[in-house]
Every structure is written in C-alpha cells, then in structure tokens.
Design a protein around this ligand. Sequence first.
Ligand code: HEM
Length: 434
Amino acid sequence: MFVAFIIALASNTRQPRYTIQDYHILGRELHLDVLRNQITRNLGILTKGLAAELDRGLKTWWGTDSQWKNIRAFDSCLKIVGAAANSVIFGPSLCRNHRFIYLLSVHAIILFIGGTLINVSPRLLKPIVGFPIKVASRYYYNQILKLCLPLVQDRLNKTVAWRDGLADEWSPPSDGLQWMIEEAFTKTDPTELDVKRLSERLIFLNDVSMHTSAFTLQSLLQRLAASDPRDEYIETLRNEARTVLSKFNGEWTREGVQNLVLLDSTIRESIRLSPFVIFGLPRTVVDPNGVLVKAHGSEYTLPFGGSIALPIEDTHYDEQVYPNAKTFQPFRFVHLDDGVTPLKSMGTLRLTKTAVTLDEHFYGFGYGKHGCPGRFFVVHEIKLIMANILLNYDIKHIQSPTEPFNIMWLKLPINDPILQIRRRVSGIESREGI
Ligand code: HEM
C-alpha cells in the first residue's frame, strides 16, 4: 500500500556517517551505473569465469569426496559466492585470497548490524553507539585496502598507459574494477580516479551483496533438502539442469542459464518464503511537508523525520495471493497446463513471474527505483551454482529447515545449519567445470 510513496522518501538505513569512509560515493553512485550498465549487460561474457570460480569454490569448501560429510550451509555459501562474485567485482586475482574475502564479509556485517544498531538508538545516543562501529568499520576498511590498493593502482596505471597508446601488449579485462575505472574516466571530476575511492565503491558492492546472496543460497538448499522426496523436486531440477546443459553442448552460457525455468521459479519461491528481513525497505521522510498517504478510503500524513518500512514477510505469506502460502511449492511461478508435470514437459515451460520481477506481492529484491540492481547478476550466479550442485552433489534429506534467529527485523543465520552432502559418482561436469 505504501509502495508508491517509497520513491518520495530517502534511505538512511546504512548510517553512512559511521559506516562509509568516503561519504562522497553515495552522493554520486557510479558503482550502481557499473552494476546496471556493465556487469548486468555483460553476463554473457562473465558466465564462463563465474561458473569456473563457483566450481572451484565448491570443490574447495564442499570437497570431492563421495562419502557423506557435514558442511556449514551459510558459512560455506558465503565463502563460495563471496569469492565467485569477486571474480567479477575485483577480478580473478584477488578473489582467491581467502583473507580478502573474510575481511570483506566482516566489513559487510559491520555495515548491516552497525547500521541497524545506530538506527534503533535514540538520536542523542547515536554518536556514542556509532563511535565503536565507525572505528571497527575503518579498521576493516584499512585492512581490505592493504590487499586491494596495489591491484587497483596497477590497473589504473595500465589503463592510463593503454589510453595513451603505450600498452600494446595489454588489453582491458572485463571485470567490475576495469568498468569502474572506465566509468570514472567519463567524469570531469578527477577525484573519481582516486584509488581509495575506486576501491570503496567496489567494497560497497560487496557490502550489499555478500550476506544477502549467501543467505538466499543456504535457504534454497535447506528448502530442497527438507522437501518430500516423493515430490521429486530435486530430481526434476537435476533433470532440467542436465537437459539444458546437454542442449548447450556441455557449456554454460547466458542463454543456457535463462533456460533453467524451473530453477528460476524455485529461487523466487525460496526468497518468497525466506526473505532476509521481516520488515524491510525502511525509509525516512525527508520532505519537510511530510508525505500524504491515501489508503482504504482514508488519508493521513507521514510527518517529516518519521520512518516507515514494509511488512515483507506478511506480504509474502498473503493467502489471497499465494494459496498455501507457508508451503514450499518450487514450481509455483511456472505456467503449467492441467495434467502436465514439470518433469514431463521439460523445454516447453513458461514462467508467470521470473525471480527478478519486482511486484507489490514480492519484495525480496525491493521495489521501484531502488529495487536491487544486483538481482540479475545474483539470480544468474545462484542458478549456475545450483546447477553445479544438482549435477555433482547429493544432499541428505532433513526434517525441516533451520529457522534463522529473528533479531529486530533482521533474520540472521547465526545458528548456521549443518547439511550433509557428498559428491555424486555419476556427476556431470561441463567442459570448463560447470
Ligand atoms: C539474493 C541476493 C540479494 C538480495 C535478496 C538483495 C536484496 C536487495 C534489496 C531488498 C534491496 C533494496 C533495499 C532498499 O530499497 O532499501 C537491494 C538493494 C541493493 N542491492 Fe541487492 N540483493 C541481493 C544481491 C545483490 C548483489 C549480488 C548486488 C551487487 C552485486 C546487490 C546490489 C545492491 C545495491 C547496490 C542496492 C542499493 C540500490 C539503491 O540504493 O538504489 N544486491 N538489494
């Protein structure tokens, strides 16, 4: 109901005064342009490297043993998607540095938890609560810079030389760092090329993406592991992955990933059931006159400085929109003619809603102007890793998913669930290792 008004409001939920070192980056969000215009549009050329990095991560953190073993679902997903996403954001050399990925993940936690703590503190106490958060955020920021600044500086030097026609041997790689540098060159403000500023923009992309991606992936794995084996959801999705991979000659491409229709629906359904917040999309009214809200025949004014948020879980559990809303129905968003089962109609299925479609009954990726610009990338990434898992791993059935802890409006997987997995002997690897 408040949806139309979200756009009129501004977000201060990240508490950037305390959590962001270079406040300027939020005033001019070049990193969002890179995400929307470069990373999303170039998913085709990024797919091969991303798939290879996900495969490497799975083999490292899940192993290749055909005996059952325990893995910590959230922790391993964080390491795998954190590294793979950084093969795209900072490029392939740093993404395999485990310490770098660890530092990024801690920095992101400080931003989210710290921002939330400052938000719930009374105005007068905010500086006191914010101070240790600022110190911790700066510490981790500096540790991250120690590792990434030499790379960013080197890339900038090479780009300058290349632009001057002095680097015949070198050609610009296709990754977030390079696109960030090129975006900065299009601006007249030379400070956009400052190596710390370039780095913080890429660190920010990690801040907003690492834990949300890992949370989504571990929820999906748990939902599938807890599904009734008689429903054959895993087998159906595995069959889809196998069919699509062989149609595309054993190599994942953007088009091939788009063909994973059942998996797409499964991802949307899992996010619907397990959004990472109970209430979300908080906004503060910044118009001095307040914002007029009309709903159910009445109207009222949200005052200047007031805060609102959307009831995400309640919206997602609305029985009028989603019959049996609390039940996991992975193919809920697939158009199925009467009597047709997903397993039999492979290749002819259409989606009623894709995983990235924003609407008033699904706030998993936000809504409107500030809807998640990373959703095309992350759904692509989750489809790639899930296809790999389905083809190469078995996951032991569990009774029910472990619910995360609800702390204020956040859902935190502090009680990191254990899953049992094993490498499938008959696993199918794509040519470059899915
Ligand atoms: C499954 C994983 C993800 C989920 C569930 C998710 C969810 C969201 C949501 C709900 C918002 C809106 C927040 C608001 O309006 O207050 C948002 C914003 C954002 N997301 Fe995501 N996100 C995910 C992954 C990613 C990834 C992988 C990236 C980048 C690579 C990313 C980048 C962003 C950015 C930059 C914003 C801020 C947009 C703005 O302020 O205009 N997200 N995300």
